[in-house]
Write a protein that binds this ligand. Structure first.
Ligand code: G3D
Ligand code: MG
Length: 301
């Protein structure tokens, strides 16, 4: 879910900053955005700030932390992909209350989304250590997540850069999913080595030079089918799968991942076998639309 939220490339990523009133949320937000602490007044509504991490728009939302406001957190939490939870480490008497607020927040936050807990006000002499606070927090809501705890001072900026680096890392990690993988061609041969269906024919792309095609063709005919698993041809690589009298060939660039290609081809061959050879062309077109191209591209084809 995190991945899908972050993959909607046009939409900014919402990061919500939560914590009790006075924990230092607004001070932190200002530090993130301006690189220094600026004076804050207690936040009654919300503060929104935009920033960019690489090409990604980040929408930072700082919500009022007073008890009466906490039920308004839920809507923002549900729209967010990342929670930053700020705890005033110098307010030992409020750690239990902070823990309750944290768990309330987590109960509305999908279980695979990341959480950063910041133990703020480390500049104050009486601030509790990470070990002390961790002992008092119920962290069961974090089990399956990417999560991290950092000690910071939002006023002096200590630890803020480190915390921000973690946010950046997690957000870019989830965002930098590989580009859609589009093989150069897919050819399914029958047991005599005759092509049953070819992707570039289905889409009239004509990407494969005729010579290249016939070379693959002769390879398949010449070599005992089930022994042939891959050949390199210049910048291209052809991978083969043999199944139930059919040979599937997928042509990729030598830089492409073989596993992805083999998984794709294997899936396609299963579908072609299930739907019958006579429907191979239809099965291939549908497969390309649904499994290879995204819906926008497929409309253009
Ligand atoms: P909130 O947005 O979570 O409610 P604020 O909290 O950012 O408004 O901060 C509440 C108070 O804590 C502010 O002081 C702020 O200066 C102070 N504060 C925030 N971060 C730190 C920190 O790291 N160290 C110290 N010592 N103080 C911090 P005032 O006096 O304006 O109420
Ligand atoms: Mg505030």
């Amino acid at each position: 879910m995190f991945t899908s939220k972050l993959n909607s490339k046009d939409a900014p990523v919402n990061v919500v900053i939560l914590g009790l009133d006075g924990a230092g949320k607004t001070t932190l937000l200002n530090y993130f955005v301006e690189g220094q602490a600026t004076e804050t007044i207690p936040t009654a509504g919300t503060n929104h700030r935009r920033m960019k991490i690489k090409s990604l728009e980040i929408n930072l939302i700082d919500l009022g932390g007073r008890k009466a406001f906490r039920r308004f957190w839920i809507k923002s939490i549900q729209k967010s992909s990342f929670i930053i939870f700020v705890i005033d480490a110098a307010a030992r008497e409020r750690v239990t209350e902070a823990n309750e607020a944290l768990n309330m927040a987590l109960s509305h936050f999908p279980g695979e989304l990341p959480v950063l807990i910041l133990l703020n006000k480390q500049d104050l002499p009486g601030a509790a250590s990470m070990a002390e606070i961790m002992k008092r927090l119920d962290l069961s809501g974090l089990q399956e997540r990417d999560w991290q705890v950092e000690e910071i001072s939002a006023i002096q900026g200590n630890g803020v850069k480190r915390a921000f680096e973690w946010i950046k890392k997690v957000i870019s990690y989830h965002h930098d999913t590989p580009a859609p993988f589009i093989p150069k061609d897919i050819i399914i041969f029958d047991r005599r080595g005759v092509p049953v269906v070819i992707k570039s024919h289905v889409f009239k792309e004509g990407r494969l030079a005729a010579g290249f095609l016939s070379a693959i063709n002769s390879f398949v005919k010449a070599v005992a089918h089930d022994q042939l698993t891959s050949i390199n041809m210049g910048k291209n690589k052809v991978l083969f799968i043999h199944r139930e009298q059919l040979t599937g060939a997928i042509i990729i660039s030598v830089d492409d991942g073989e596993k992805r290609a083999m998984d794709l081809l294997s899936l396609l061959m299963d579908e072609i076998i299930i739907n019958g050879l006579e429907n191979a062309e239809k099965t291939l077109s549908k497969f390309i639309m649904e499994k290879i191209l995204d819906s926008k591209v497929s409309q253009d084809v």
